[in-house]
Design a protein around this ligand. Sequence first.
Ligand code: UDP
Length: 240
Amino acid sequence: MRIDVLGVCFDDVTLEEAAQRGEAMVRDGGFHYAVTPNPEFILEARRNEPFRQALLEADLVLPDGVGVTYAAKILGRPLKGRAPGIDFAQQMLDWMGREGKRLYLLGAKPGVAELAAANLKSRYPGLIVCGTHDGYFQEDGPVVEDIRAHAADVAFVCLGAPKQELWMARRGPECGVKLMIGLGGALDVFAGLVERAPEGFQKLGLEWFYRLVREPSRIGRMSKLPLVLWHAAGARIKGM
Ligand code: UDP
């Protein structure tokens, strides 16, 4: 069942259930893609219909953070919890390592995906990182061909939103992978260039706050969180 939060419909799953679904998609074959919307996505989707469609058509739509789960609660349609993209990716990496699956890393500045690949290979023995490509390409064709040529099972697509969701929806089916996951800045984290918040902050759902203190220039982007709660309260009052 999906829960509508201001026009973006989320799968009501725990992180474990999300991982089980992701694994089943890889096992079943065919093309699938997963998205992990946060409040910024929700606001962008309200004025960018192709982006909203790309989110709606995804096979798995995970609530990335407390902004989404609070908004759902305010709307009177609570979600089971949050399933941040990076945690979902880690669950999938654990499984792919155990099963010896092939992963392709697409995105971030030149050199970052290679650094991330080296770190992931040592952290998840058994995982095959079969190819990488930076996220600053002009033409899609050669990238599609490269992913196909490496016969990846899963691809992490880290081009930032809305670019990565539009790319997965439009070009994903040609790439021969079974599952693509849109993961924003995750390659910068896996490469060790950006630190995740300490576990205490993560557990409290305050990862955004930690990131804001470390990178105050993100204040503009983060103001989207209260704005989404405001819209949710408005929709609830109007009985939408
Ligand atoms: N990026 C990219 N191609 C682009 C624009 C961005 O590969 O054309 C990368 C960028 O280098 C970064 C990621 O996409 O690694 C987006 O990071 P952001 O901080 O926006 O992600 P989030 O906050 O959503 O995790």
